[in-house]
Design a protein around this ligand. Sequence first.
Ligand code: ZN
Length: 370
Amino acid sequence: MNKCEVKEHWGIVYVPDKPPFPLHQQPTVKVHAAVIDPKHANTLVRKLNQILPLENLRHVKRVRKQVLDEGGIRLSMMLCLADESDDTQLEIIPQEIVDLINLYKLETFITKVCKYAPISKEEWIEQSKLWPTSYHPPTYNISGITGFSEEESLSVCTFMKQALDLSKCECQIVNAAIIVDPSTNYIIAHARDQVNSCSCFINHEHDVMVSCLNPWQWCNENSSSCSWHPLRHAAIVAIENSSERDRRLFPGSGLDESTDHLEHDLMLKKQKTECVKKEVVDSQSNNSLTELTRPYLCTGYDIYLVWEPCAMCAMALVHQRVKRIFYAFPNRKTGALGSVDRLQGEKSLNHHYAVFQVMLPQEKNPLINI
Ligand SMILES: [Zn+2]
């Protein structure tokens, strides 16, 4: 975990792809494995990678090589996942693997491998005692993972302060989202949760109506004084506003409703490389003429959220190709980026963003000030 202290005791904490575990208590999963003849190793690896690639165990090496006390080596191969509760059940092995076992006359056994990729050399050494894994130090160069510059830390704090201000109105506290292009520090879009409270009156206390904290509240009939919306969470509305901005700034490059999905993708890819000149009206740029490329969704953008998003919002931000997510408060019950789940570590997804929690000085916490 990388922590960067900034002025007024703000801090930016990286939320890693997997929960932290003690070095000697790495979580494991059971797998079916078999001792193999070394001369079949290459063929079997190729066939297994075609039949069953094991996306979530990419960090685990398919073959384990052991040097035997009596001399010589023994090769074992990981075949497929085993049932966690009930071992030695051959029938849970996929048929293609069973065919391979029969063809090569393999003797299977159940063993354990580490569930998560190592995040340090120490973890890698520890994990490899069980079954070899690969360790790749982070290669993606997302500014912040190895430390924010002072200038960038101040930008992060400034945008988070704006999100906090946006989250408060006279009688409600809701989630707020601000999408920022970090290459220019322009605000692309902002939004609040679209919930309505009918219980506003003088001296009424703030209603905390954060949609991501209560994703099912809209179907609760008892909340008659308020109306929660199942979809219009701050992040979703901000994405919608960002798309609206694209349509406004790049008219004519919009997509026809009838365009099918394939054409849709091709057109977006083409637009990604298009460069046009537009007059940009932006609160921070004062009508400047700027050369702009139509963004591909939210590629390269950051989003600031007051509360950690729920699964729906976190997934929408994957689809939008957001680069980094900053949130101030964890969402203990339904948070998808550290509290309950870690979508940023889901290997089967085709996009991964970096996630940070912005630690606020106590007096900036709106739940303390109200
Ligand atoms: Zn949400």
